[in-house]
Design a protein around this ligand. Sequence first.
Ligand code: ATP
Ligand code: MG
Ligand code: MG
Ligand code: MG
Length: 560
Amino acid sequence: MRFSKLYAPTLKEVPSDADIKSMELLIRGGFIRKVASGVYSYLPLGWKVIRKIENIVREEVNAIGAQEMLMPVVQPAELWKQTGRWDDYGPEMMKLTDRHNRSFTLGPTHEEMITHIVKNELISYKQLPTTLYQIATKYRDEIRPRFGVLRAREFIMKDAYSFHTSEESLDETYNDFYKAYEKILNRMDVEFVAVEADTGAIGGSNSHEFQVLAESGESTIFYCSECGYYATDEKAESGTKFEKTIEEMKDLKIVDTPNQKTIEEISKFLNTTPQNTIKSILLKGKEGWVLALIRGDYEINLSKIRTVANDQTLDLGEPGEIWNKFNVEIGFIGPIGIKDVKIIADYSIKTINNGVTGALEQDKHYINVNEGRDFNVDIYSDIRIISENEPCPKCGASLKSKKGIEVGQVFKLGTKYSEKMNGVYADENGRPKPYIMGCYGWGISRTLGAIVEQLHDENGIKWPKAIAPFEVIVINAAKTPEALQKSEEIYNELLKKGYDAALDDRKVSPGFKFKDSDLMGIPLKIVVGRSFKEGNVELKLRNEKDGEILKADTESILEK
Ligand code: ATP
Ligand code: MG
Ligand code: MG
Ligand code: MG
């Protein structure tokens, strides 16, 4: 690619809405442009990196026998009603209606769709196991889209689904994906960990997340350097249960509470209070119910509170923000019919006098609900408080923590979807059995941002070679026609040898070219510049301060 022809508008200024380094650098480097909150365009350079990430993922999952296909983004509501997730998934699911008043969703994930597609044709044990996947656009109406492509609303995911006749067969495929995911990250040359994870709304019995390590990551990973135990905060915390069921709660009186604080108000409040200490804690709703209010006289120090409803995390504040107050109200109204609700807060708590109330409808709350009489939130006994220096659940040594960005997750689903959707095969004796399933997600577009989060410096991005927009750039930094000719020659030779090479042939200053190349993160520069008079060129790695002077003949450069 000749830079004189390349469409990659670079910017000096930091975009005002860039809330994380990767977003800033990807915009300034000419990789992405924001279209709306959580919605991005990939410019040629961004798309090129995305395609390289995609290809690595594709190669590794093809290698374990998965078959690529493509499913629609638009999915009929009927499929989701069969599993109950039309109501359960919550507001992250974007719903739409066509001109005939039929309901659809822009698919946030594809378990229902794939089960629907295969169920009438994947009918014999002889056809199993089988694994299908796609690389496609997903849509999740995230409550707070942020951090650029890391938490977008429209994003690209690789999602794979496997079908089995036995748990052992599922284990095999699960392990294959686990290893493939390790290979993917190794090929990209990034630091990562695989951690035990919560299964969230997808359900099932077993799950791991793959986390790219970065200080700015949203996930806290607890780990034990003695026995190698790794878990995310969601997994590491264990919850307690409300003792009242939904049915029981329905007997309570519901009142209008128009003065309920909005999430925005709470966030604002959290944002303006001073800093303090903290622990993690998790409260888990029994079934189908949303905790709406924690009210009462307590002294509470919060560093972070978020609710997780059906795998959607609603952040009410940032880590490090503190809520320290008596007589507080924390409000959150979730959608009706939610199955799995957790309120996760990092806090230390002293006394509770009044308790927790909630509602099943927006702007309505139960009143006179008393802890002990109407329900129990046993936060003292049941909850495992996890923080650094807590004992490891496996070996008892002291836990440590670090921050990461979830780029992939593998799940054992079991028969959750096949049973509900009648996805059955005939076993050796002709008896119908539900498929045992697994699913395996990878955030392709999130990987773009995650790698930049880990690999950058004050001058820009430092792409690993495997996914860099160009492996090498030839920079013509001298004014003579001979120098330009030499640059062209080296560039053409590199292309011929199969390198993904660029040539900066623009009529701008050498300094400008170096800056752009570093901002874009190109791993290697070949500079035809000052030393060309002496018949030399300079080879300079993005990661190293000093270059290396080489004779300006193409052969010896290529040898290098
Ligand atoms: P998170 O915990 O960050 O919300 P998730 O657990 O909801 O992610 P999965 O359902 O496991 O996500 O989806 C598989 C992968 O898709 C994730 O591991 C992540 O890489 C990617 N992904 C999920 N949500 C987003 C998003 N809003 N923007 C970009 N990528 C995403
Ligand atoms: Mg999510
Ligand atoms: Mg997650
Ligand atoms: Mg996940």
